[in-house]
Design a protein around this ligand. Structure first.
Ligand code: FUB
Length: 326
């Protein structure tokens, strides 16, 4: 029997894990991470060092229970449309089915989003034969709202290729907007009833400052980079994401799941390692931030470990900033 988990320590140490998407399914905490491989890779801005090939599912009965690794639940070799790089996944439950949403590069090297299904939150998951039509970029996160409508949020700059989709078609040489132009926002689409396709063409989410002005591309402390996550608290939608080059998890709030979202502040200060990626979940009467860092590997960007810590709100609904090392 493995040891009980502790906050701010790796959930598991026998494999490297990253990009945790946490959910409460069947009364337990289930975590859907990326599975970082223990191989030596040179880091570049394209993210070639994140060369993952499968997914594992983790679960915990409680926040002081051992963490169970349910083993490999989906492998690249079983996904006909995907060539490489199984990046940050998410899971959702609807129609008595568990859905695993994931990004990968297709056989043309273009990131797309796929979906796989299971009757159990612990998998194994069976992939659809093709990617979601009209999908692109990385880091899908799905919110099934209280009215049962499901929204998929996604997108990521640089290796995540979002800059290349500004015209609606893939332009391999496209650059991001000028520093004084509005930043690119994550994309959102409502999912069809069967959760396998987009209902409509995805739209860009606008993230604005307190005066209603869009955040600018040069505002690297606040602008969206990758890893969108949306959760709901007291009637507000919270969009949180990584700022990439400034290594923070920040958030913005809205009354509408499609935005616009008003920027509010920092949730998580930088962790060890280049990337930062998170999810936020309520379990029993508390809220938790799941995140990763590279402490277990001594700082290797592509060998990360999932951790969690309690997240607290202020009375006005804003979120208290977390320093993971204090
Ligand atoms: O794990 C690969 C990529 O690194 C994810 O998709 C990004 O969010 C970043 O964490």
């Amino acid at each position: 029997m493995s040891k009980p988990v502790k906050q701010n320590e790796p959930l598991v140490t026998h494999i490297y894990t990253a990009d945790p998407s946490a959910h409460v399914f069947e009364g337990k905490l289930y975590i859907y991470p990326s599975h970082d491989l223990d191989h030596e890779m040179e880091s570049n801005d394209n993210g070639d060092q994140y060369d993952m090939e499968d997914y594992h599912v983790l679960s915990m009965e409680d926040t002081d229970s051992p963490c169970v690794d349910h083993g490999e639940v989906l492998h690249l070799r079983d996904i006909p449309w995907a060539k490489q790089q199984l990046w940050a996944p998410d899971a959702a439950y609807k129609n008595n089915t568990y859905y695993l949403f994931f990004p990968a590069r297709d056989h043309d090297g273009i990131f797309r989003l796929g979906v796989a299904t299971s009757s159990s939150p612990a998998g194994p998951f069976t992939p659809q034969p093709d990617y979601i039509p009209g999908s692109f970029s990385i880091d899908p996160a799905v919110l099934v709202d209280e009215d049962d409508k499901a929204y998929i949020y996604f997108g990521g700059l640089w290796g995540g290729q979002l800059e290349k989709w500004q015209t609606g078609t893939f332009k391999p040489d496209a650059e991001g907007p000028a520093a004084d132009a509005p930043a690119l926002g994550p994309r959102v689409a409502e999912l069809s009833e069967d959760m396998l396709t987009f209902k409509d063409t995805p739209v860009e989410i606008s993230i604005v400052d307190e005066d209603g002005n869009p955040l600018l591309a040069g505002d690297e402390d606040r602008r969206f980079f990758e890893g969108p996550w949306v959760h709901k608290h007291n009637g507000y939608y919270y969009l949180s994401y990584s700022t990439g080059s400034t290594h923070k998890i920040v958030y913005a709030m809205s009354k509408n799941p499609m935005g616009p979202y008003v920027y509010k502040g920092t949730i998580l200060t930088p962790v060890l390692g280049w990337t930062t990626h998170h999810s936020i979940v309520q379990f029993k009467d508390k809220w938790y931030l799941f995140y990763h860092d590279s402490s277990l590997s001594g700082g290797a960007d592509n060998k990360r470990s999932v951790k969690f810590t309690e997240l607290k709100y202020n009375d006005d609904g804003t979120i208290q900033t977390i320093d993971p090392y204090k």
